[in-house]
Design a protein around this ligand. Structure first.
Ligand code: ZN
Length: 247
């Protein structure tokens, strides 16, 4: 089975469509979504409609939770908060209710696990080796997929210590990583709709458990189109700029 792993779509329909087209050409059997379908971008309803129709397993992210009205917004910075308020007003009631009822991770999927932030806390950012090292006792499966940081790559838990898996370099479109037996992995497919690793291309991953392979992928998309919609919607213009620089 080939699992298409999507995370942090953030209401970016141009990125999601580009990823789905490219992933369709590569081939996949099931779609897994690690949360943050909405928040920041201008197409929350279209992105929810897409994901609801095609994903076999979905967990919520912190923006999904906030946009569904499940928390007060004191922890959000002013830009994120403005996007949450706009998204809450824009989501249809059917879509808002669907987002509200998304399950929280960790979720077990056929021998591997999915989380939004970390296996310990759905809101935790796992960016550094030191942070990843704290999570050794929380890894219930050989492979756990996480998002939230919008940084493609992840971490490999070797006996001698944790090693960082870097994102694709700007000239790579694809990298196949063969997973070592006896090593645990925390794998981040990167963000579909708002990459923050300095590479503005949409990111995703494909997991083939039978072959012990993770394929990291990256593809350009219509950034100008997505950025223009953000400005036209009256969302903070910095959210358009972020897409252009991948930060
Ligand atoms: Zn996110």
């Amino acid at each position: 089975v080939r699992y298409l792993i999507l995370s942090d779509i953030h209401a970016n329909l141009e990125a999601l469509d580009a990823v789905m087209t490219a992933a369709g050409q590569d081939g996949y059997d099931k779609i897994i979504c690690l949360g943050d379908i909405v928040g920041y971008g201008a197409d929350p309803n279209a992105c929810v409609d897409r994901v609801r129709g095609i994903a076999s397993s979905v967990i919520r992210g912190n923006h999904d939770r906030a946009c569904a009205g499940l928390e007060d917004l004191e922890w959000f910075n002013p830009v994120a908060k403005a996007a949450v308020v706009w998204t809450t007003q824009t989501l249809t009631e059917v879509n808002r209710a669907w987002v509200e009822h998304l399950p929280r991770g960790p979720m077990a999927v056929n021998g591997f696990e999915i989380v939004h932030g970390s296996p310990a806390d759905e809101d935790e950012y796992v960016c550094q080796v030191a942070e990843a090292s704290q999570l050794t006792g929380y890894l219930d499966a050989d492979v756990t997929f996480f998002g939230h940081t919008h940084l493609q790559g992840g971490f490999a838990y070797y006996r001698g210590g944790v090693q960082r898996i870097p994102p694709l370099s700007p000239d790579e479109q694809r990298r196949e990583t063969v997973l070592d037996p006896g090593v645990r992995y925390l794998i981040n497919p990167g963000s579909v709709g708002q990459p923050r690793d300095g590479d503005p291309r949409a990111s995703w991953a494909v997991f083939v458990p039978e072959e012990h392979v993770v394929v990291y992928r990256r593809i350009p998309y219509d950034i100008a189109g997505a950025a223009g919609k953000i400005v036209d919607a009256g969302l903070p213009p910095i959210l358009a700029r972020r897409l252009e620089i991948g930060q």
